[in-house]
Design a binder for this molecule. Structure first.
Ligand code: NAP
Length: 455
């Protein structure tokens, strides 16, 4: 895949970049290794000051960063602005909390003094996706750098300018040279970086294929990994739900980021008793969305990030329709528009056991299933290889408890939108990956939990 900025709104190639050579990658690893030697000894106070400064830069130049994101991957500019603010939030969160999360934990034993000490590992490689090109990186970088690690970023090939802008922010904030570097490389160089003895761990957010390949390379060298992979999240609506609120949130949950979010609601599972009503509400809300230039503040849906994504989504939808599904709305790319535009789409009558019913649709396509009762809803919700997040709507507390306990996912949100929040752990089960980002769990992923015993 070429490393280039191709504007998804126009199809125009705006900038392309040479991939780093093997020798340049080696130099970057050497620089990171050297930087770690001193950086690991810096105090939490010093790292916090730099991290606060990074948050300040993000907010100061928010408009510029948001513009780069929209230009490279097509998300509505208004959501790009919100994404930059969220990055500032996660920087401040870890700047405030790292010392507490990583402080020594005393444990009484037969020693005169025994405790757990959390120590940085060294170089952590982050392989990141284009869909939240700032947020995905900052939610890795803020805890990793606060813990005293140094980072190497291999960003997705279609967001090179985002990758370079992030590296610059971290340097401008005052972090020493080499503490965070963006490597403009293709994915075939990842395994060699992992094989380098100086690289201690890796994290990947992206597809299952990429995750499996990174984990295999890391497994070969016994290195720790965290994987944040795809999802086909259920959005369950039971009889006592507030249907209007569910339809409003369901629309946001499906359409966020032009439908390209791992935790987007992808399968709407609705009990028969309220299915007609909910279907109508959802149709109305999808109808009302404004498709257009992502730079305009009133645009809800911009283009998909790349032409390949548009084609893949179209193939999935056509496959579903050929297998008997019906498109209540949309169902075909918007060929009259210049960029990679796909309209809000609702598919019904999908056979729950068909291959496409279990796949992730990475675009503005909702699958709508009707079920008899909560048992069938839970069974269908779990009938997927993924397990990232689930949103479930009911005002019945017993039903809420069942959903919380029986849904196989890294998160269950009752009567609300599945979202990431620096204060709460984020991650998946099954093919959605393993390990957690954010909160105390996130910062504990890339540290050596050292047992100390002193007589
Ligand atoms: P992708 O193709 O897997 O790309 C993600 C990153 O992995 C990119 O940097 C890509 O580089 C790299 N990559 C691809 N193949 C690789 C390989 N064999 N070895 C090492 N690195 C490799 O993912 P995508 O399709 O662009 O992103 C969307 C996917 O990410 C969706 O499935 C979505 O659900 C998932 N996602 C998950 C989360 C989460 O937190 N769970 C968050 C966001 C997105 P190139 O660009 O150079 O190919």
């Amino acid at each position: 895949m070429a490393i280039a900025t191709i504007n998804p709104t126009t199809g125009e190639t705006l900038n392309s970049f040479e991939s780093l050579s093997d020798a340049q990658v080696k130099d970057a690893v050497s620089l990171a290794h050297k930087a770690f030697g001193d950086y690991r000894k810096t105090s939490f106070k010093q790292r916090s000051e730099w991290m606060y400064k990074a948050a300040e830069i993000l907010e100061q130049d928010k408009a510029d960063f948001a513009q780069i994101m929209t230009l490279e991957m097509g998300k509505p500019y208004k959501s790009a602005l919100a994404e930059v603010s969220k990055c500032a939030l996660v920087c401040r969160y870890y700047a405030d909390k790292a010392a507490e999360f990583l402080g020594d934990v005393s444990i009484e034993t037969d020693a005169s003094h025994s405790y757990v000490s959390y120590q940085p590992l060294g170089i952590v490689l982050a392989v990141m996706p284009w869909n939240f090109p700032f947020w995905q990186v900052f939610r890795f970088a803020a805890p990793a750098l606060m813990a005293g690690n140094v980072g190497l970023l291999k960003h997705a090939s279609n967001v090179p300018q985002c990758a370079l802008a992030i590296e610059k922010i971290i340097h401008r904030a005052g972090f020493p040279q080499g503490v965070f570097q963006s490597l403009l490389i293709s994915s075939d160089k990842v395994a060699n970086i992992i094989a380098d003895e100086r690289v201690k761990a890796a994290t990947l957010t992206g597809s299952e294929g990429a995750g499996a390949s990174l984990a295999a390379a890391a497994g070969k060298h016994i290195k720790k990994t965290v994987l944040e992979l795809g999802g086909s999240d259920p959005f369950i609506v039971l009889a006592s739900a507030d249907l209007e609120a569910a339809a409003v949130t369901g629309t946001t949950a499906r359409m966020l980021n032009n439908g390209q979010s791992c935790i987007a609601a992808k399968r709407f599972i609705v009990v028969e008793a309220v299915a007609d009503k909910f279907e109508k509400l959802l149709l109305d809300k999808f109808h009302a969305l404004k498709i257009g230039d992502p730079m305009q503040m009133d645009t809800d849906i911009g283009p998909l990030a790349t032409h390949d994504i548009l084609q893949e989504l179209d193939e999935q939808v056509q496959k579903s329709i050929n297998n008997g599904a019906e498109a209540l709305l949309g169902g075909k790319p918007l060929l009259n528009m210049k960029g990679n535009y796909y309209p809000p789409t609702i598919l019904t009558n999908i056979s729950p056991d068909s291959a496409t019913a279990k796949e992730e649709f990475f675009g503005p396509v909702a699958m709508l299933f009707r079920v008899k009762d909560i048992d069938e809803a839970i069974q269908l919700a779990n009938n997927t290889p993924f397990g990232l997040g689930a949103s479930a709507w009911t005002s019945d507390t017993e039903e809420q408890q069942r959903l919380i306990s029986e849904i196989e996912a890294g998160a269950v949100f009752i009567n609300g939108l599945v979202k990431s929040d620096p204060r709460m752990p984020f991650g998946g089960t099954k093919l959605s990956g393993y390990g957690r980002e954010l909160s105390i769990q996130g910062i504990h992923e890339f540290v050596n939990v050292k047992t100390v015993w002193v007589k």
